[in-house]
Design a protein around this ligand. Structure first.
Ligand code: HEM
Length: 281
């Protein structure tokens, strides 16, 4: 049980990141003008992300039901009458809609409208995620907390989810062109600062009222510190590749692979961190 909730959150974060990344790349690529079919590695990852987006909200609900020792008959009341339940509903709806749109094959017949539809429902997942976590419990600055959280998840999805999809696409026979890497790099150059700044904003809301010793004495603070160090390493690696891409070269596969692996560790640390109490609460 101790591992169950963080694993479910990791499933949710991964599914959401891939849905947002796919939506952003699809819209950027102007798919209506024609695109080759996705390589198998991309197709498999999209199906897995769709599965994660269906499983995660159901699993979160079951964990909550067990934690509160509710019977199945009491679950409708949990969804109707509690803040948690009212936060869960939009998350479940947007996750299921994203899961339906995510694995649709990329063909000429697929319109720009469906790419935009995926992006919009995936952004809905990002906005809904804050409804279940610490951001939803911020009584002092509720709107700021939710905005930081939404921007953070959108940035993470576009940057890290998009990077993973570009890496998987490079394994196929029709690897991304220099133009596609250029478009991704320009998008990531906006999204990485969004992630860092919104992360600073969320850090202020979660630990801003505690001193450094109290922060570092808590599990929350230790995981946050680890996460920040790793996130800065991912950013630095991305920065080195940005110059290569600007010069018309594809990025180094080894560096991109390392970036994606480190980002996965950041997601795992976050999944753990969001289940612990920030200092002073
Ligand atoms: C590769 C970089 C990063 C990734 C992949 C990442 C990922 C995430 C994810 C998925 C969440 C959960 C959002 C939610 O549950 O609604 C989150 C929350 C958070 N992140 Fe990040 N993040 C990154 C960088 C950063 C940085 C640089 C900071 C600090 C400067 C930061 C601080 C936070 C904080 C404070 C939260 C709120 C956790 C809570 O509500 O208790 N993150 N991050």
């Amino acid at each position: 049980m101790e591992f169950t909730a963080p694993l479910i959150r990791l499933l949710l974060y991964s599914g959401a990141a891939l849905a947002i990344g796919r939506g952003m790349l699809a819209v950027l690529a102007r798919e209506a003008s024609g695109a080759s079919a996705d390589p198998w590695a991309v197709r498999v990852s999209l199906w897995l992300a769709a599965l994660a987006l269906v499983m995660a909200p159901v699993a979160l609900l079951l964990v909550q039901q067990q934690a509160l020792e509710l019977t199945m008959a009491e679950v409708p009341g949990l969804l109707r009458d509690t803040t948690w339940g009212r936060g869960w509903m939009p998350l479940a709806v947007t996750c299921v809609l994203s899961a339906i749109l995510l694995p649709l094959p990329r063909t000429r017949a697929r319109t720009r409208a469906s790419s935009w539809a995926l992006l919009l429902v995936a952004l809905g997942v990002a906005a809904a995620m804050g409804g279940l976590g610490h951001a939803a419990a911020d009584d002092q600055w509720p709107l700021a907390s939710r905005v930081f959280d939404t921007l953070h998840v959108v940035g993470v999805g576009a940057w890290i989810g998009g990077l993973l999809l570009m890496l998987l696409a490079s394994a196929g026979t029709s690897a991304p062109t220099a133009g596609a890497w250029g478009a991704f790099s320009r998008m990531a150059s906006v999204m990485a600062p969004v992630v860092l700044l919104s992360g600073v904003g969320s850090t202020w809301r979660r630990v801003g009222g505690s001193g450094p010793m109290a922060i570092l004495a808590s599990d929350y603070g230790k995981l946050l510190l680890l996460k920040i160090v790793l996130a800065l390493a991912v950013t630095a690696m991305g920065f080195t590749q940005r110059r290569r891409i600007a010069a018309g070269q594809p990025p180094s596969r080894t560096v991109v692979l390392r970036e994606v692996v480190l980002a996965a560790v950041v997601l795992a640390a976050t999944a753990w961190m969001t289940g612990t109490e920030p200092p002073g609460e």
